[in-house]
Design a protein around this ligand. Sequence first.
Ligand code: 48F
Length: 271
Amino acid sequence: MIDEVQITRAIISSYYEEFLNSLEVDVVIGGAGPSGLSAAYFLAKEGLKVVVFERHLRPGGGMAGGGMLFNQIVVQEEAKALLELWGIRFKPFSRNYYVASSLEALAGLLLSTLRAGARIFNGISIEDVMVRNSKVRGVVINWSSVEIAKLHVDPLAVKSHYVIDATGHAAEIAQVVARKSEGKLLTATGGVIGEKPMWAEEGERLLLVNTREIYPNLYVCGMAANAVFGGPRMGPIFGGMLLSGQRVAQLILERQKSQKNNNSQEENQNR
Ligand code: 48F
């Protein structure tokens, strides 16, 4: 016998358990595009508690659309190992260029990220951050449907040690922090500089340089990193996005490690 209320009970209780377990985490990531998912994978794999909030119903950001809806993506040599890591098949096209189905790339990355232990909540938008003593301490969220319908509904909040802005071209979290901190981002202008016209090679190179902390405890990766620091866009080459996610994870993991070392040194001194 199949009972509708039992189905409802299963969905609500399971979702609420997941959600209640995600209110205080190590890292919140805004955006489940390729860079956000890659960051979530590498952080969760190392045992950090990671939650990703994605505005849309479907995760993947700009990846599924390939280039101009031709659903193939290109990845350069440096990121080929990541496709292999996530079980994504690809074909060599010419020297240094590999092509993969954008759908298989999204499916492989998404499944690997979930299996690594990251939680992804779709249909939820980050609209603000929490700041304590000039440090970002979490995010303010609401249902995307509330946002889209422009309903007057107060948001809820999630605490975290770090926040990653992986919201793509709009760099939405950085924009909010720039506005509310009156231009105190760690950029040349103190604000979001804005992305420059397409230049794939320079864009991919600068992306890894621009993947960093932009305000205490707020990091930026993916296209948002080039938008924040005024780097060029690069179009449907995705290696940089995946590597940028890996890079931001490395930065946070190194910081956690050095903090743990400092704490244990202090404990030893106090003994
Ligand atoms: O745009 P998106 O795919 O960003 P990315 O990871 O990758 C960029 C590439 O897709 C492409 C490119 C390739 O070279 O340039 O554009 O940097 O994914 C960003 C995700 O963030 C979500 C948005 O729906 C998308 O899925 N997003 C944006 N703002 C918010 C958000 C927000 N305020 N809260 C939650 N999710």
